[in-house]
Design a binder for this molecule. Structure first.
Ligand code: BJW
Ligand code: ZN
Length: 307
């Protein structure tokens, strides 16, 4: 018996075996875990060591259970990260093609880096603004935008691309700001409040503060900077809910990474949707391994059928 080559990680403890009965037992075991609400990982991509039909049963059961919880929940909160925009063509930060693979964050996403070389940092942001401008919201953004029309649904995002907004999301909590907003770097009295500028390219590089003529910066939250306290309060308040979904985030950047634990500690049923396992995977009640742009429409479909 060898380890599953495809997923030799925390969430996949399956062992390769020619013994079909053993494989069945493992699936049965996971199904019964689900019934008893123990943490469980469900792979929506085919796993080499579980028969496809069994993987499908696990997936269907997990999704049906989640949909029924969401249908009866008074409050549902979702928190998203860069993975939600991956299908739109926006690079993630830490994946194989992630932004941090080509640039060191400490070179680009800190106030010290900006003070040291504002032109370099603005070059990076100008490139990203150009890239995001050509992207459209995908099925994941669209499902979340439709859910946001219901009272009791909250969406917190770490993303700065504004694709949730463009999909029509209501009451969005943006933890890390927006690349479409600028503020004064100093900041001067009037330049502390961000202003919106969606021009691509910006007419001046680096752009200047219209109030004091000093350097303007992207109105995003860099490493070592505090998040807006009112925004954090809203996000924290949203962790009081019946179901909390953490979607497409590597769950390593705080304070965002702590919200799922906070929600679980307050009694929420916690769910992760991600193409890979993360530090959150072993802590949530249900870990759905697969693309958000496929899983969210499946959940939406099940919710519609349950009406
Ligand atoms: C899919 C998919 C598909 C792919 N479907 N899934 C030591 C311990 C604890 C904390 C700290 C510490 N040292 C310092 C800190 C604090 C620091 C921190 O957390 N650092 C950690 C890295 C350790 N945090 C801060 O500094 C924050 N401020 C703060 O805490 O203030 C108080 C304080 C200050 C100083 C010291 C201590 C406290 C500020 C954080 C700001 C983060 N800013 C950035 C840049 C924003 C601007 C910009 O974009 O340019 O925000 S960093 C970057 O990471 C960006 C993101 O919002 C954030 C999170 O990334 P995300 O969204 O999770 O993306 P990825 O790429 O990491 O993951 C994508 C995931 O999607 C992957 O898992 C894929 O598998 C998955 N995926 N396709 C579903 N189709
Ligand atoms: Zn200014």
């Amino acid at each position: 018996m060898g380890r599953c080559a495809q997923r030799d990680g925390v969430a996949c403890s399956h062992r390769r075996s020619d013994d079909l009965q053993l494989r069945r037992c493992r699936v049965d075991e996971q199904l019964s875990q689900l019934a008893h609400e123990a943490p469980i990982a469900v792979f929506l991509e085919e796993c080499c060591c579980v028969e496809a039909s069994h993987t499908q049963i696990m997936t269907d059961t997990a999704l049906a259970d989640l949909a029924s919880r969401m249908a009866t929940a008074r409050r549902v909160t979702a928190m998203t990260g860069a993975g939600v925009s991956a299908a739109s063509g926006v690079p993630t930060f830490r994946g194989a093609d992630g932004l941090w693979r080509r640039y060191r964050p400490e070179d680009l996403a800190t106030p010290v880096a900006f003070a040291h070389d504002p032109s370099l940092v603005w070059e990076w942001y100008a490139w990203r603004r150009e890239q995001v401008a050509a992207c459209r919201p995908n099925a994941a953004h669209n499902v979340l935008a439709r859910w946001s029309q219901h009272d009791g649904f909250r969406l917190i995002t770490q993303n700065v691309d504004d694709l949730h907004g463009r999909a029509g999301t209501r009451g969005l909590v943006r933890l890390h700001g927006s690349i479409w907003e600028l503020k004064c770097f100093k900041p001067c009295a009037n330049g502390e409040r961000p202003w919106r500028d969606e021009r691509v390219p910006l007419p001046e590089q680096p752009p200047l503060c219209p109030h004091c003529g000093g350097l303007a910066r992207p109105a995003v939250v860099w490493f070592g900077e505090s998040l807006d306290s009112a925004v954090v309060d809203r996000a924290f308040e949203a962790t009081t809910c019946d179901v909390f979904l953490t979607i497409g985030t590597s769950a390593v950047v705080y304070p965002a990474a702590g919200f799922v634990d906070e929600a679980r500690a307050k009694g929420a049923f916690t769910v992760e949707i991600n193409t890979e396992t993360t530090p959150a995977s072993s802590c949530v009640d249900l870990s759905l391994i697969g693309p958000a742009e496929e899983i969210l429409p499946s959940i939406e479909q099940l919710l519609a059928e349950s009406k």
